[in-house]
Design a protein. Structure first.
Lengths: 117, 209
């Protein structure tokens, strides 16, 4: 039962994220998520704060937007969002499988930037 | 959106990503303290730039025996970011300012992952401040371009000298911008993205051989 003592610095984020310590690979700073369904009243406090941001919203938020709005570290928000995606409370705007290849994305970004000048 | 809609600061509410957005991308803006990262992001962003803060714990400088002396300090790293919508509102491009000091390497691994590329801002009055950022990018294999932010009164140097001082590869773009100016900042981002696009097509060709 007793293992090596945990680094005290680890406790806070560990508690905040209800035991989850790693974010999903597809949940990055810029990953946009939208609200799906599911009861939120049983969620832990920080997860509920995340979900409250989406109440009545007709758009999404990236992990970074959530971190800024709630004044939480982005590393913590990545993990919170990962959990909320696993539980179905949040979802990404398109299924990952429909993602276009990176090269096409680059071309679109280049076209977009050129059109702004 | 030709003017900055976020300039009305009376509305503190969250700016949602439009429901039309199906894809997001990230470009990192790196460089030393005070080099103009936040200024550049603010000049091109379509939403009011935001700040997030990440506490990082590191061993105190000068402590080499961690078994006996686990002194640690916690620093908070502030990162500003902005957003541009494009491709008829389908794509949200996020721009993140990341501190370039090499002691932030663990943070970089976490935050820069998946970036299209990085624009390194440099100041000719302190080119050494860019070395850490360039080292981090080389280590993380993130492609980058360098833009000299032209501060009033900063010395100008011939491109050759700047390339040598920054130890840039011949293929790495080196450009000049005024981070306060939207068009100038956009041109620096275009220079980076053109390079990324060539870089990627070369890699694609290579993988097909």
């Amino acid at each position: 039962m007793s293992g090596p003592r945990r680094d005290p610095d680890m406790v806070r984020p560990y508690v905040r994220t209800q035991g989850r310590i790693r974010a999903r690979d597809d949940v990055r700073l810029e990953s946009v998520v939208i609200a799906a369904t599911g009861p939120t009243d049983t969620l832990p406090p920080d997860a509920r704060r995340v979900m409250r941001l989406f109440a009545g919203a007709d758009g999404g938020l990236a992990v970074a937007d959530i971190a800024a709005a709630l004044e939480l570290p982005p590393s913590t928000v990545r993990i919170l969002v990962s959990s909320l995606m696993d539980s179905g409370h949040l979802t990404s705007p398109v299924p990952a499988a429909e993602d276009q290849p990176d090269f096409d994305l680059l071309q679109e970004v280049l076209r977009g930037l050129r059109s702004m000048v | 959106m030709d003017s900055a809609p976020w300039s009305d600061r009376s509305d503190p509410s969250v700016t949602y990503v439009p429901a039309t957005v199906t894809r997001s991308a990230k470009i990192v803006v790196a460089g030393g303290f005070g080099v103009g990262k936040t200024t550049l992001i603010g000049s091109v962003s379509e939403v009011r730039p935001l700040r997030m803060e990440e506490p990082i714990t590191q061993a105190s400088a000068g402590v080499d025996d961690l078994r006996r002396a686990p002194y640690k300090t916690t620093t908070t790293v502030a990162m500003d970011f902005g957003r541009i919508h494009m491709a008829g509102g389908r794509i949200a491009l996020y721009l993140f300012g990341l501190p370039g000091q090499s002691r932030f390497q663990p943070l970089w691994e976490d935050l820069a992952e998946g970036a299209l590329g990085c624009l390194v801002l440099a100041d000719t009055r302190d080119l050494d401040a860019s070395h850490d950022a360039l080292g981090l990018l080389d280590g993380a294999r993130i492609p980058y371009a360098v833009a000299i932010n032209t501060f009033p009164g900063a010395p100008g140097y011939p491109e050759e000298e700047l390339r040598e001082a920054l130890a840039l590869d011949p293929g790495t773009p080196l450009t000049v911008c005024d981070a306060r100016d939207r068009t100038s900042s956009l041109h620096a981002l275009i220079t980076l993205t053109e390079y990324l696009s060539e870089h990627r097509s070369a890699a694609l060709m290579e993988s097909r051989r």
